[in-house]
Write a protein that binds this ligand. Structure first.
Ligand SMILES: C[S@@+](CC[C@H](N)C(=O)[O-])C[C@H]1O[C@@H](n2cnc3c(N)ncnc32)[C@H](O)[C@@H]1O
Length: 289
């Protein structure tokens, strides 16, 4: 029997809440809007819109999957990042709000991404492309190269670039880190895999069972990617260029040390380390010493 959208929203949220899901109202709205095609505004302006039986049965299936721990983005195939919608797929990491902090830090860099001069950005391990696509969308003079070792992830990145209108300024390269990438860049960004291999089994099920291992596994101590990236980074940078990396909780001192061994220093003791929404040090910005 068809149900009114606002009542259905309440029912979905109640069922998600009883499964211990903190974001029940938000998840319920995302599921409802995805299946019915209603927008957030429709839900507010026309709350009595009737949802048909076929949609209710699709929603039922999604509620069960969500209650079993599947992230909403895996159900809907999309995720909002920096106010834009990105496609996600089994081969890509589910983009995290913490990574928006990396993008904000890049946009604050003086003279680099303020649109005064054309800038070139290299994004290593791009996944869905959220970082570089957002930077290109925010800075119309920027161009860039996005790499990933996963061909399937790069296909998702390219489709997101097309959907968001930056594909003519973005090259995608399937390679390990940035092997074989030529040219110099003003900014090298990366949110690489940084979980220590032995910690993966203990991650929350929504991460361990749905994010691809390739996007998580940072090797025995979680730091393999930083060693590889900083070993070659000087060769990719223009003289005033920056390297901006994201890492996990408690890894900043190790990453700073790895960077220092390869001739990099924080841009500044106070602004070189960037905190995430929970107050953890999440990113660091480096320049050549
Ligand atoms: C933590 S995810 C980050 C994805 C995206 N940049 C983001 O912030 O949402 C790391 C990405 O690095 C890619 N990756 C893993 N090993 C790699 C390698 N050796 N070379 C290039 N990319 C790699 C994975 O496929 C994955 O897309």
């Amino acid at each position: 029997m068809p149900l009114e959208a606002h009542k259905l929203h309440r029912d979905i949220a109640a069922r998600l809440r009883t499964a211990g899901i903190d974001t029940a109202m938000l998840d319920g709205r995302l599921i409802l809007c995805h299946v019915t095609g209603l927008s957030d505004v429709d839900l507010i302006a026309q709350p009595q819109t009737l949802v048909c039986d076929e949609h209710i049965s699709q929603i039922e299936d999604m509620i069960n999957r969500r209650r079993a721990g599947e992230p909403v983005s895996r159900l809907t195939g999309c995720k909002e990042f920096f106010g834009r919608e990105f496609r996600v797929a089994p081969a890509t990491l589910d983009p995290r709000p913490d990574t928006e902090v990396l993008v904000e830090a890049a946009l604050r860099l003086p003279g680099v991404l303020q649109g005064k001069q054309p800038v070139r950005v290299l994004d290593i391990g791009t996944g869905t492309g959220v970082v570089i696509i957002t930077l290109l969308a925010e800075v119309s003079s920027a161009t860039g190269v996005a790499t990933d070792v996963s061909q399937d992830a790069l296909k998702v990145c390219r489709s997101n670039a097309v959907a968001l209108g930056v594909d003519d300024r973005l090259e995608t390269v399937c390679t390990s880190w940035a092997d074989g990438v030529t040219g110099k860049f003003d900014l090298v960004v990366s949110n690489p895999p940084y979980i220590a291999s032995h910690e993966i089994a203990g991650l929350a099920a929504g991460v361990r069972d749905y994010d691809p291992g390739l996007a998580l596994d940072g090797g025995p101590d979680g730091l393999d990617a930083y060693r590889a990236i900083f070993a070659d980074a000087a060769g990719w940078l223009r003289s005033e260029g920056h390297v901006l990396v994201e890492f996990g909780k408690g890894q900043h001192a190790d990453v700073v040390q790895i960077a220092a061994r390869e001739g990099f220093t924080l841009i500044d003791d106070s602004t070189g380390l960037v905190h995430d929404l929970a107050g953890e040090i999440r990113c660091a910005i480096f320049r050549v010493c």
